[in-house]
Each structure stands twice: as structure tokens, then as C-alpha cells.
Design a protein around this ligand. Structure first.
Ligand code: ATP
Ligand code: MG
Ligand code: FE
Length: 333
């Protein structure tokens, strides 16, 4: 089975060919980060225009690199939400046109399911499992009883973890997206400021990052007024310590109360070294029976291989769409 995956929900145009749901034959990712940097965030109109310009050549490139002929494909899987409506529409229209022209089934995929299924390139998934999905727009704990079944047991009440990284990075004068740069600075500093650990002791699996963001902004603002220069490394270390402690503690607590075989950490923020290391350590200490899966760095951010992998299980369940498929910008599980 060969699935062509298409992803265009935000600022990455990506097309991949995946064999049997777990072998990546190609995974072309055209990032637009450079074009959005000077605006300090993703500009929807700019994103849509880039997708239009890139999508056709990404499809050709993905097929060529995989050395797969169009007529040997089994299905086309495409992200239809959540994301920017104009960006999603480019991928959805391209997928529909390609499926129609080549007489292939069209499989709609939830972008967040894609992030979770990135884990299947590292390990075979065993259920029930729990997934912590941490990205630019989401922070969710998802319980999966079986393939393609999703129950959100906790989520952020305000900002997503990646969004908090990007906002705090802006205050530090770092360029967008700043998660990676804060991650680089953090091990060079100390947790000197002890920012709040929101909702850590509450009896639920929800998160909140806006209080942390405010505490961070107040601290830097007050320092500025005193004309005091704070160490970027200590700020990064303190911010990251708070985010990581909350994410790891609540995820482990959830994994204990929903006994699961595997724990997945996925999404853009799963590329964070502090989170990866602490999660590995705490899971081996406190959940020795649970297998932790964190996708390799290049599969944590947005890419189409993960969409094809999620498409593989959707296709197996016969969940195909016809040509009336539309983008769903606020799609949830
Ligand atoms: P969503 O998946 O919720 O729709 P998105 O697709 O925009 O949102 P992703 O591409 O999955 O989000 O992730 C991007 C986010 O990951 C950004 O906020 C970025 O700052 C963050 N990020 C990337 N690398 C790291 C890192 N090493 N440490 C912390 N955050 C990181
Ligand atoms: Mg992105
Ligand atoms: Fe994403």
C-alpha cells in the first residue's frame, strides 16, 4: 500500500509517500519560516500564497524521490483541519484534484491525529495509549483505546505550550518561532526565577500557560525599568523548567490513572530537549512498564509523512471523503 500525504495547515507545505503506514519513502517539507520571520508570526495571506506556489512541485518531488509512479498509489490523505482556512484549502484542493485525476480514494486527516501517528515511524503502536500533543496551537492529553479513536482527557485552558514559547521569545527579542532558540539557551542557564507551575496540584489533566507568560513579562518589564539586564540563559532555563515540570508531572499522573501500554509525546514542542530528557527519566522511574515513544526531531514539526500514517489507519476503517470535502479550520477530536 502506498499513500500520498499532503499537509498545508500552517506554514509548511509538505508532501510525502508512505508505504504500509510506517515506511517513509519521501517526505518533502517546504518551510515558509523565512517569509514570516519579519512579521513575528505566521501571516495567513502570505502562507496561502506560498502554499499555492509550492504544492505542485512538492507533489512531483515527493513522487520522484520515492520513485513511485502515480498509478501505483493506493490513496491520497490530506489534512483538512485544524489550521488556517486559506492554507488548508490549498492542500485540500490539490488533494481533490490529484485524487480525481488519478482515480484514487481521498482520505481526510485531522492534523493533530497526524502529530500522534508520527510516533508509528519509531515504534509499532500498542493500545490503550496516552498521547501528550504539544504544538504551536494545542496542548492536549489524548487517550486512545484503539487505532483512530481519540478521547481528549485534558487540555490547555488558555495558551498552547508552543504559543507560550513563541510569545516569551518575542519578549526576549528572539526571532519567530523561538521555541528552538529558548531550548538551546536553557541548558546554559539556571532556574533562578522559579516561575509559577500552574494547575500542578489540581485534580484534573488540564494545563494553563498564560500565568507563566504574564509572570515572565512582569519580571522582564520590572528589570527593564530598573535598567537591569537579565541573563537570557537564566530566563530561558527558568521558563523551560516551569513548562517541562508541568507537562511531565501531569502527563505521568494521567498515565497512572489511565493505565496504558504506551505514552507518546508529539507535536512541535516534542522536539524540546528538556522535555524529551525529563520525560524519559521520569517515565523510567515512575512508569517502568510503560513504553515512551517520542518521534525523531524531524517528525515532530509539521510534515506530510505523519498525515499519510494517520491516513493509513483512517483508510483501513474506510473513512474516505468525496469531492465535496471542505477545510475545517477549528476541527477537534
Ligand atoms: P498545531 O499543530 O497546534 O496546529 P503548528 O502546526 O503551528 O500548530 P507545530 O508545527 O506542531 O505547530 O509546532 C510549532 C511550535 O513548536 C512552535 O510554537 C515552536 O516554537 C515550537 N517548537 C519547535 N521546536 C521547539 C523546541 N525545541 N522547544 C520548544 N518549542 C519548540
Ligand atoms: Mg510550522
Ligand atoms: Fe502542527
Amino acid at each position: 500500500e502506498l499513500i500520498l500525504g499532503i499537509e498545508s495547515s500552517c506554514d509548511e507545505t509538505s508532501v510525502a509517500v508512505v508505504k504500509d503506514g510506517n515506511q517513509i519513502l519521501s517526505n518533502i517539507v517546504a518551510s515558509q519560516v523565512k517569509s514570516h520571520k519579519r512579521f513575528g508570526g505566521v501571516v495567513p495571506e502570505v502562507a496561502s500564497r506560498h502554499h499555492v506556489e509550492q504544492i505542485t512541485s512538492c507533489i512531483h518531488e515527493a513522487l520522484q524521490e520515492a520513485q513511485v509512479d502515480k498509478k501505483d498509489l493506493t490513496a491520497v490523505a490530506v489534512t483538512y483541519g485544524p489550521g488556517l482556512v486559506g492554507a488548508l484549502l490549498i492542500g485540500v484542493q490539490a488533494a481533490k484534484a490529484f485524487a480525481w485525476a488519478n482515480d484514487l480514494p481521498l482520505v481526510p486527516v485531522n492534523h493533530m491525529a497526524g502529530h500522534i501517528y508520527a510516533a508509528c515511524f519509531a515504534e509499532k503502536l500498542r493500545f490503550p495509549l496516552l498521547a501528550l500533543v504539544v504544538s504551536g496551537g494545542h496542548t492536549e492529553l489524548v487517550y486512545m483505546k484503539e487505532d483512530a479513536s481519540y478521547e481528549v482527557i485534558g487540555q490547555t485552558r488558555d495558551d498552547a505550550a508552543g504559543e507560550a514559547y513563541d510569545k516569551v521569545g518575542r519578549v526576549m527579542g528572539l526571532s519567530y518561532p523561538s521555541g528552538k532558540e529558548i531550548d538551546r539557551l536553557a541548558p546554559l542557564g539556571k532556574d533562578r526565577y522559579h516561575f509559577p507551575r500552574a494547575m500542578l496540584n489540581e485534580d484534573n489533566f488540564d494545563f494553563s500557560f498564560s500565568g507563566l507568560k504574564s509572570a515572565f513579562i512582569n519580571l522582564t518589564h520590572n528589570a527593564q525599568q530598573r535598567q537591569e539586564v537579565l541573563s537570557q540563559e537564566d530566563l530561558a532555563a527558568s521558563f523551560q523548567a516551569s513548562v517541562v515540570e508541568v507537562l511531565v508531572t501531569k502527563t505521568i499522573r494521567a498515565a497512572k490513572s489511565y493505565p496504558v501500554k504506551q505514552l507518546i509525546v508529539a507535536g512541535g514542542v516534542a522536539a524540546n530537549h528538556g522535555l524529551r530528557e525529563t520525560m524519559k527519566q521520569k517515565v523510567s522511574e515512575q512508569l517502568p512498564e510503560t513504553q515512551l515513544i517520542i518521534p525523531p526531531l524531524r517528525l515532530c514539526g509539521d510534515n506530510a509523512a505523519m498525515i499519510a500514517a494517520a491516513g493509513h489507519v483512517e483508510f483501513a476503517k474506510n473513512r474516505c471523503a468525496d469531492l465535496s470535502l471542505n477545510a475545517c479550520p477549528s476541527l477537534s477530536f
